[in-house]
Design a binder for this molecule. Structure first.
Ligand SMILES: Nc1nc2c(ncn2[C@@H]2O[C@H](COP(=O)(O)OP(=O)(O)OP(=O)(O)O)[C@@H](O)[C@H]2O)c(=O)[nH]1
Length: 805
């Protein structure tokens, strides 16, 4: 929505007010969208800053709010605009004195366009091309009743003689003639023409033309197409006659043709008057081309309707504003004069390639036209006729048509024969196809076997070429969910993201095996693309792989966009990559843009948006995963005796424990498991452990937000964070820091000191005791000693024993 009142954005209409009644302050004037919604709130007359007379006003029938500002969301409703005054009754204001003008959309739009172009020409403000196009097209749309086609029209094809069928001007009057609807199509008042031709072999710039209206006439030479609006040409040079000095003129081709297939043009010109130097104005004329050698024909009802002259309910409805009856009637009241055009225009006047010499006789003939009383009728339809409903169709009762229809009883309901197959074979084929189609539709509904109460974490895989920012993204997301900063990202990292949702982030290595493994288990893939580089082979490889595994959800993430410095290049890159991404995934696939790295993380707001999107995502179970148990190992522990490994040089059978959340269906003992890269293995035992990253319990579930404590939960056994680790037979609590001396991160309490002191000990307890002279009792003969015993020969076996203890 653009508020047209402001000088910056709009037309600067703040200073309008009615001099007569004074009470009517405006005024709200706005437009927006393809649907025109504009209203001039209240009524009044234009009081332009430079003192020129001008008194255009639209009246809105929501008069009760005249004195107050309309609400911001003010929208024009059907029938809101009741009146339009474009200057004829300048001394009166519409509400107090009544108005004889009705609003036509053509008025409204030419009016808007005029203001716009005025501003443009007077360089009061820069009018955007978009605005001009918008008003130009909407104006034409209504003027012509036709949809604007963007096909450019060649100027030379427009050459010919045009007779005015409509005119309006503002800010000045010509010869005291009043400017009102009543004059339209009335040739007595409306005498005049426009003609232009290109001399043989010439181009647009050589065009010559004559303009005439009443006693104003001038010649012009050359036209230049406007760059900002289609089919609009500015006249290069005007050679004025009379005491009117036309300063500039514009010719616009209206893409509508009259009943003879001839085009219409709109001619607008601005003029300053020598006698009234301060006074200037613009006029707008619509001309209909006169067929060569033909007599001038009045506008047909259809043409009038097309040009918006005979605006009716149907047309106004089509453009979104319904005029009430009285207004519509107003428009037509005065156009019932029955005059006919003079038939003076002969073949000689209609010539397209006439030379300049022909100008003089034409001027003379026009003089004649104006002097000659016009007889015969213009074929206007009267308002009474317009109001009359259309006649209903009456079927012929007699005659050939009636005979033909006789006996042809119209069949009611379904016609069985209409879609019957032509042959038995075809019928069989069609039947089979229908059955197949029905069968394929009857697929078994997919049951989601994931438990509702405590589902395993959703696996979010971060995939992309090296250096694209995978680690940075995982760190940023973990920070977003847990407020913890990871130093390194290794293995899966599980966080609680909501009251019923956990996420496991896993970074995919840049090799095919990792991609295949990740492709098998990922529920959501964050596919990272380096915006400054574009798509890389790995990305396509990965997409191919996931395609074979049921295609989990994929979100694209564009990084390194800050490396593209130029705004235009950035826009183009984004557009191009989005297009490519959509081709690979599907039209409309989500793509996030990350605009750079701050403190080793992506901007918080962008990560917040991404995390919100992930949080609300729904995952459709993939068929294979829904029917098989599978597990992403959070942690692996090798339980094989180290000595055995050493002796066999790492080639012995191993016993490993794998920790992780079970997904898919239930896992049974006795089934073999496949470990990617290793093979099918037997399972010695399965046991259920406590949840290392539990969901909020029942109490906190009732709360609306996750507690801060839950927010901090992160389970990343392979990275350097995570509070608690559950083993089969032990629970490890990770305390932050590495317990090395001089590490400021570690608390320096008594317990910590003892642990660190232990690190400095380079003797065993046995040695220390051997050195000691402690006697338990004063009477003891020997100090304390350690009995080596039979099993304490090897240090290795010592360790084992300690383990057993
Ligand atoms: N300028 C800029 N640098 C980025 C952006 N994203 C990541 N980087 C930097 O790129 C470098 C690599 O980032 P990582 O997160 O380690 O990338 P990665 O994909 O994990 O790399 P690999 O682990 O080698 O696969 C780091 O220095 C980041 O700071 C970005 O959007 N803009």
């Amino acid at each position: 929505m653009v508020d047209l009142r402001s000088k910056e954005n709009g037309l600067g209409l703040d200073n309008w007010q009615c001099k007569e009644c004074g009470d009517a302050q405006l005024r709200h004037f706005r437009y927006g969208g393809p649907e025109i919604t504009y209203a001039y709130w209240g009524h009044g007359r234009k009081n332009s800053p430079d003192g020129t007379a001008g008194d255009d006003a639209l009246s809105c029938n929501r008069k009760q709010s005249v004195k107050s500002e309309p609400p911001d969301d003010f929208q024009l409703r059907d029938g809101d605009i009741t009146e339009y005054n474009n200057g004829s009754n300048s001394a009166t204001c519409p509400s107090k004195h009544g108005h004889r003008m009705g609003l036509t959309m053509m008025h409204l739009r030419t009016y808007m366009m005029d203001h716009l172009l005025n501003d443009h020409w007077n360089k009061q403000r820069r009018v955007s091309t978009q605005e001009i196009k918008y008003w130009n097209s909407t104006m034409h749309e209504v003027t012509t009743g036709a949809e604007i086609r963007k096909r450019p029209i060649s100027f030379t094809s427009l050459c010919g003689r045009y007779i005015w069928v409509y005119r309006r001007h503002e800010a000045f009057e010509i010869d005291g003639s009043s400017d009102s609807e009543t004059e339209q199509n009335d040739r007595r008042v409306f005498g005049g023409y426009l003609e232009f031709w290109v001399p043989d072999g010439g181009k647009n710039r050589d065009v010559r033309g004559n303009f005439r209206f009443e006693n104003v006439s001038f010649k012009f030479e050359g036209v230049t197409p406007r760059k900002d609006a289609a089919n609009v040409w500015e006249v290069d040079e005007i050679i004025a006659t009379a005491n009117w000095l036309a300063t500039e003129a514009v010719i616009t081709a209206l893409e509508v043709e009259d009943d003879s297939g001839s085009p219409f043009v709109q001619f607008e010109w601005g003029a300053g008057c020598c006698s009234r130097p301060n006074n200037s104005g613009r006029s707008s004329f619509v001309g209909k081309r006169q067929p060569i050698g033909d007599k001038w024909k009045p506008l047909s009802a259809r043409e009038r309707s097309d040009l918006g002259i005979q605006v009716d309910e149907r047309v106004t409805r089509a453009v979104g504003i319904l005029l009430d009856d009285s207004v519509t009637r107003h428009c037509f009241e005065s156009v019932q004069d029955r005059h006919s055009p003079e038939s003076t225009f002969g073949a000689s006047q209609g010539g397209v390639a006439d030379s300049e010499d022909a100008t003089e006789p034409r001027a003379q003939s026009d003089q004649k036209i104006r002097e000659t009383p016009v007889v015969n009728a213009l074929s206007f339809s009267s308002p009474a006729m317009d109001d009359r409903p259309h006649k209903a169709h009456r079927p012929a009762q007699s005659g050939a048509k009636a005979e033909k229809k006789k006996g042809k009883e119209k069949q009611k309901g379904f016609n069985e024969k209409a879609f019957a197959p032509r042959s038995g074979r075809r019928a069989e084929r069609e039947g089979r196809r229908t059955a197949e189609r029905d069968q394929t539709r009857l697929h078994v509904p997919l049951v989601n076997r994931t438990p509702d109460d405590e589902p395993p974490p959703v696996i979010v895989a971060v995939v992309g070429p090296p250096g694209v920012g995978k680690t940075t993204l995982v760190k940023s997301l973990v920070r977003r969910y847990t407020k913890q900063t990871l130093n390194q990202v290794q293995g899966p990292i599980t966080v609680v993201s909501g009251k019923k949702k956990r996420l496991t982030f896993i970074e995919c290595n840049n090799d095919l095996n990792s991609m295949i493994d990740i492709g098998k288990i990922a529920d959501l893939v964050l596919l990272m693309i380096d915006g400054s580089y574009g798509f890389e082979m790995e990305t396509f490889e990965f997409l191919n792989i996931v395609q074979a595994h049921g295609f989990p959800k994929v979100i694209g993430v564009l990084t390194h966009l800050d490396l593209i410095k130029k705004a235009a290049a950035l826009r183009d890159t984004k557009k191009m990559l989005k297009k490519r991404f959509w081709t690979e995934i599907y039209q409309g696939a989500k793509l996030f843009y990350l605009s750079g790295v701050l403190n080793g993380r992506y901007p918080d707001t962008e990560i917040l948006n991404l995390s919100r999107f992930i949080s609300v995502m729904k995952f459709r179970p993939l068929v294979f995963r829904n029917s098989h148990p599978y597990l992403l190992a959070d942690r692996i522990e090798d339980l094989t005796p180290r000595e055995e490994v050493r002796l066999s040089q790492g080639k012995c059978d191993r016993t490993v424990t794998v920790y992780g959340y079970l997904r898919g269906t239930n896992m049974r003992m006795g089934t073999k498991v496949h470990i990617p890269g290793v093979g099918d293995m037997g399972v010695k035992g399965i046991s259920k452990l406590g949840d290392p990253c539990p969901l909020p319990d029942a109490d906190s579930e009732k709360r609306r937000k996750l507690s801060e404590k839950k927010k901090l939960l992160v389970h990343a056994p392979m990275s350097d964070v995570g509070g608690v680790m559950y083993d089969k037979d032990a629970v490890y609590i990770n305390v932050p820091g590495s317990f090395t001396r001089g590490n400021a991160d570690v608390l320096q309490g008594e317990g910590e000191k003892m642990v660190m002191d232990l690190q400095d000990v380079d003797e065993t307890l046995e040695d220390v005791v051997a050195r000691s002279h402690i006697r338990l009792f004063g009477s003891s003969s020997r100090p304390l000693a350690v009995d080596p015993g039979p099993n304490r020969q090897h240090s290795d076996s010592d360790e084992e024993d300690e383990d057993e203890e």
